[in-house]
Design a protein around this ligand. Structure first.
Ligand SMILES: [Zn+2]
Length: 117
């Protein structure tokens, strides 16, 4: 599961950073905008994940996020909510693992909707 795919896309574009740059902290500010903090995600020689380089911060407006979701659907033809999976993680239990539910936006088809959210 990818965390914040559309937020990452907006932040990468605004900051002009490569696809390896990934958000590790996302908070909602009092004015309704999002504050995204991230860095380049790399791996150590031992194969462990590691944050590299300096932290970069981007502010994302809700409108920019809506635009990105629509752009994603136009360019991929996939539902922006489930990323074309048709299902979303509903809950996680230690013995069972992740339980999925049918995506409410595309009703399980994974296809982009014609209407705006
Ligand atoms: Zn969906």
């Amino acid at each position: 599961m990818i965390n914040w795919p559309h937020e990452n896309a907006v932040a990468r574009r605004k900051l002009g950073v490569p696809a390896e740059w990934t958000i590790y902290s996302l908070e909602i500010l009092d004015d309704g905008n999002y504050l995204a903090k991230g860095a380049i995600e790399g791996t150590t020689v031992a194969g462990k994940k590691k944050w590299m380089g300096r932290e970069k911060v981007a502010t994302i407006a809700p409108a920019e996020l809506r635009e990105e979701r629509m752009r994603y659907e136009r360019t991929t033809g996939k539902c922006h909510y489930c990323l074309g999976e048709g299902k979303v993680a509903a809950k996680w239990e230690r013995d069972v693992g992740t339980t999925y539910a049918t995506c409410k936006r595309c009703l399980g088809t994974g296809q982009a909707k014609e209407v705006t959210p």
